[in-house]
Design a protein. Structure first.
Length: 230
């Protein structure tokens, strides 16, 4: 006959067998979580390293492009400016347009025939073209007139340049197919005005046309670099 004390003793033995097994199970689960965490950290570390390499590669492309553009145009007789940070090509609109006009001057065609092939030969050469997302022709004006008037004027000027480059009159046909896949025109009206050496607003310097390029996923890469730096 099983007594009350025997039943209690048997229950304590059963409980003793159960709890070590449950503890072992918890230990195994914890170890699995630790292994998963370590694996995820290793994968994350490899991803970050790969991201850094990609960012450095693309940022290196910009630096090389800016350097080549400066080398090509720094001693040029075309009287243009190369932004040392962005690589933007800047020139006075009077080279191309009369005051308050959007039609190209007759003498502007010779300027574009000389400038555009040199510019695009750098941007569209092997090793760079795959990184170029956009080539942008951007018009800027002074503060004379309303914002909307100048927005339209700057847009029409940028469009006039693009229209000539892509027209039958432009003799460098070999670059037109590549260019029309990437070319856009843009207007900034008078919002991005320029100043003189004294830091005062300069109407003459503000009237300009810029050739710019944008690298693929540039904004995302810049933000990624900031996140990694943090």
């Amino acid at each position: 006959m099983t007594t009350k004390y025997q039943r209690l003793f048997k229950k304590e033995q059963d409980d003793g067998h159960f709890w070590p097994s449950f503890t072992d199970l918890l230990t195994i689960i914890l170890l699995c979580f630790i292994l998963i965490f370590i694996t995820m950290m290793i994968i994350k570390s490899l991803q970050i390293e790969e991201m850094k390499k990609t960012i450095d590669q693309i940022m290196g492309v910009r630096a090389k492009l800016v350097n080549e553009l400066q080398t090509e145009f720094s001693g040029s007789t075309l009287d243009i400016e190369v932004d040392e940070k962005t690589g933007a090509i800047i020139f006075d609109t009077e080279i191309l347009f009369a005051y308050d006009k959007s039609e190209l001057k007759p003498e502007s065609f010779q300027f574009l025939d000389e400038f555009v092939p040199k510019y695009l030969n750098i941007l569209l050469q092997n090793g760079y073209e795959e990184y170029i997302a956009e080539i942008i022709i951007e018009g800027h004006t002074d503060r004379d007139g309303s914002y909307l008037y100048n927005l339209e004027l700057a847009q029409e000027r940028a469009y006039s340049v693009a229209a000539y480059i892509l027209s039958d009159d432009f003799q460098y046909k070999n670059i037109q197919d590549h260019l029309q896949e990437k070319l856009t025109v843009n207007s900034k009206s008078y919002t991005d005005f320029r100043t003189n050496e004294s830091g005062d607003y300069s109407a003459a310097d503000s009237r300009r046309v810029e050739f710019k390029f944008r690298l693929k996923d540039e904004e995302i890469l810049e933000r990624t670099r900031e996140i990694l730096a943090e």
